[in-house]
Design a protein around this ligand. Structure first.
Ligand code: NAD
Ligand code: GLY
Length: 359
């Protein structure tokens, strides 16, 4: 797949390109223009760097740069590790015109982006996502942040990147479970707002499972186009952007109660989207057949569709802590059917119990 696909996130003077294509990490001609100043810090991790860092460093040519490798894993998306990025920037002598390149999945993108938001009150950064989830979701839209012991993503900032460079050839080394977890977020775009894209995915299950380059490139492009359009209309999630959290309130509760690492984020989102769809049917808001279609698609893409046995009241307690809730009421993203998600401000807990597992 050699097609170069280019999109834009339209945010006035802060607009930026998303480039999607094979071999882009080597193609400095494409992305060097996104680096304004003299200092570059590449932030990556110990899994991704041995695979791809040399290519990025070679493309940087004579530009003054350093690389910082963090340990792999969500457990390291912390303020302590962010401090290591600040220390590396200080060693580099990074001034306000420095740029951070975030080379890795969503963990590296979120953390490095947050460091960029804070260093000297905000420097440039470029997202170089290497997981499917990061290509279709976390690298686009400027949400950056880290976890605290008290919860995920509790400290963060909106800070848009200068560019997103999605080299699809990197997906070849992604472990199968991580790849499928990314597909859950792809399905989400069809589920919330694009029934035609949902149908398109249903027709291409075999190609997606085979990681067919052309199909994948188009799926990533369509996902990014959906997200870019929503972010352009509602950068700070005052309204419509919340739709991107379809399945996430259920999913975050599953991740928390099952224990981080038991379910991957995308796996929890797959189960959560199905719970949201089933709740919508129970509330008489959506046809049950649409929940069935969602289940079939997720199942065919190798994603889990049933929650593990977990305590229902603990799940509800975790859902009550969700950032989207207002005034102590559970605010969920539900749907009227495929492609028609909406925000429901006050969902009755007794109805929610019906779609939660019970150990
Ligand atoms: P991740 O960054 O942990 O990457 C998953 C695993 O794949 C890691 O072990 C990583 O080292 C490895 N990996 C990455 N690229 C690889 C490659 N090309 N080949 C082989 N291995 C590779 O996880 P993720 O799913 O990319 O991101 C999850 C994170 O994203 C979470 O912290 C979540 O909160 C965040 N997120 C943020 C947003 C946002 O809008 N900012 C949206 C969704 C998720
Ligand atoms: N992943 C949700 C968002 O970016 O808003």
């Amino acid at each position: 797949m050699n097609t170069l696909r280019t999109l834009e996130v339209s945010l006035g003077t802060r607009s930026y390109p998303i480039w999607i294509g094979d071999g882009l990490l080597d193609d400095a001609a494409c992305w060097r223009g996104a680096i304004g100043g003299r200092h570059v810090l590449v932030v990556s991790n110990t899994t991704v760097a041995p695979l791809y860092l040399a290519r990025v460093e070679a493309a940087l040519g004579g530009l003054h740069h350093a690389s910082l490798l963090l340990p792999d894993g969500e457990a390291h998306k912390t303020l302590e590790r962010t401090g290591e990025v600040f220390a590396a920037l200080a060693r580099l002598g990074a001034s306000r015109d420095a740029t951070i390149l975030a080379l890795g999945g969503g963990v590296i993108g979120d953390l490095a982006g947050f460091a960029a938001a804070c260093w000297m009150r905000g420097i440039d950064f470029v997202q170089m996502p290497t997981t499917l989830l990061a290509m279709v979701d976390s690298s686009v839209g400027g949400k950056t942040g880290v976890n605290l012991p008290a919860g995920k993503n509790l400290v963060g900032a909106f800070h848009q990147p200068r560019a997103v460079v999605a080299d699809t050839s990197t997906l070849a080394t992604l472990p199968p479970r991580e790849y499928r977890a990314g597909l859950a977020e792809v399905v989400k775009y069809g589920a919330i707002a694009d029934p035609e894209f949902f149908f398109w995915l249903e027709q291409r299950v075999d190609a997606l499972n085979a990681r067919n380059g052309q199909t994948l490139g188009e799926a990533i492009e369509r996902s990014c186009a959906s997200k870019a359009a929503i972010v352009a209309r509602d950068e700070h999630e005052l309204g419509e952007r919340a739709l991107l959290n379809f399945g996430h309130t259920f999913g975050h509760a599953l991740e928390t109660v099952a224990g981080y690492g038991t379910l991957l984020h995308g796996e929890a989102v797959a189960i959560g989207m199905l719970q949201a769809a089933r709740l919508s049917s129970l509330l008489g808001r959506a046809p049950a057949e649409d929940a069935q279609r969602l289940e079939s698609l997720l199942r065919e893409l190798g994603l889990p569709v049933a929650p593990p046995p977990l305590d229902r009241e603990r799940l509800l307690a975790a859902m009550r802590l969700d950032k989207k809730n207002l005034g102590g009421r559970l605010r969920l993203i539900l749907w009227h059917g495929i492609g028609q998600a909406d925000i429901v401000p006050d969902v009755d807990e007794s109805a929610i119990r019906n779609v939660l597992p019970d150990a």
